[in-house]
Design a protein around this ligand. Structure first.
Ligand SMILES: C[S@@+](CC[C@H](N)C(=O)[O-])C[C@H]1O[C@@H](n2cnc3c(N)ncnc32)[C@H](O)[C@@H]1O
Length: 303
């Protein structure tokens, strides 16, 4: 944390920050310790609700998501999604029929999963990220594309989902990671958001937590944030890719998460150049840690 720079637009000031587990720049949404320019300036810190509302205004203004068709990077009616990643030709099996079952959403792929998976590959290639030997947990894995890519990039990944959604997930791991040339490893575990995670998931805490299209209803947000907090140690970095289909739900998530996390947005220029979508947004979250709060107070004292 620490480096910051102001980008002055016509009427917005976006602040660039760095986060510990990702080497690229992020646009600060909120929750960061005060910068040196802010300390002593007398400016009041904005509430979580103001920050969340401002972020929604900016993202909708910049990206205009409703002008673009959803599911541009996936075909949810086919039984298989093929995608090249990490030198492998991945074959992700889908179950389009299951999508008509109420509450079942992970039986097919979503754009944000493709965006997140290819962003991770691109960031490792650009040396902004290293997954080699890192403990990684994916939430709401669905068909498992993101977790498979993270394992191919060297991570030791636990892909998780609701208990009755694990069969397709296991099949996709077997189909794609069976050749013995995977740099990391992958296993599957049930994890229901809001329930206490198994000790093996948090002892030690993961280095990274991943999630794509997991912010999709207000009821789920509360449980999701509880799980994100339970999985977060002082060194844990979270990547969440969200679909821009409901501004109210995303605003509710940001407002709630900002109480405990610093949140930065990764600009599309840092995504994989061939896998960008105006209907997707990518956030990096890190828990406001004790270490950080201590750093902040020493910064205050020195001024
Ligand atoms: C929209 S799908 C996204 C799937 C996948 N991440 C992707 O991008 O293609 C949401 C996923 O979250 C999972 N999920 C929903 N509620 C959950 C909960 N309470 N606990 C754990 N997983 C949940 C669903 O089963 C589903 O796999």
């Amino acid at each position: 944390m620490g480096e910051e720079e102001a980008i002055k637009g016509e009427d917005t000031v976006e602040e660039i920050r760095r986060m510990s587990g990702y080497g690229g720049d992020v646009i600060a949404v909120g929750g960061f310790p005060a910068s040196e320019s802010e300390i002593g300036s007398g400016s009041e810190s904005e509430s979580e609700s103001d920050l969340a509302a401002a972020e929604i205004m900016i993202v909708w203004a910049i990206q205009g998501p409703t002008s673009f068709a959803p599911n541009a990077l996936v075909s949810q009616s086919s039984l298989e999604l093929r995608l090249d990643a990490c030198g492998h030709s991945l074959s992700i099996l889908q179950s389009p029929c299951s999508l008509s079952t109420p509450g079942v959403t992970g039986s097919v792929m979503w754009d944000s999963g493709v965006v997140l998976g290819k962003f991770l590959e691109h960031s490792v290639d650009s040396k902004d990220l290293s997954f080699e030997g890192k403990k990684i947990i994916e939430l709401g894995s669905g068909c498992g594309l993101v977790g498979c890519i993270a394992a191919l990039l060297g991570g030791n990944v636990v892909l998780t989902d609701l208990p009755d959604r694990l069969r397709l997930l296991k099949k996709n791991i077997q189909t794609n990671l069976h050749r013995g040339d995977t740099r990391g490893s992958a296993s599957v575990e049930e994890l229901v958001w809001g329930d206490d995670p198994d000790p093996d998931l948090i002892e030690p805490f993961p280095d990274y937590v991943l999630g794509s299209d997991v912010i999709y209803s207000e009821e789920a947000v509360h449980h999701l944030i509880k799980t994100l907090l339970q999985l977060s140690g002082d060194q844990t970095t979270i990547f969440l890719a969200g679909e821009l289909r409901n501004d109210a739900v995303l605003e509710y998530f940001l407002e709630s998460a900002l109480k405990d996390f610093a949140i930065g947005r990764v600009e599309q220029t840092q995504w994989h150049p061939e896998y960008r979508s105006r209907r997707v947004v990518l956030y990096v979250l890190e828990k406001k840690s004790k270490r950080w709060l201590a750093d902040d107070s020493s910064l205050n004292q020195s001024c």
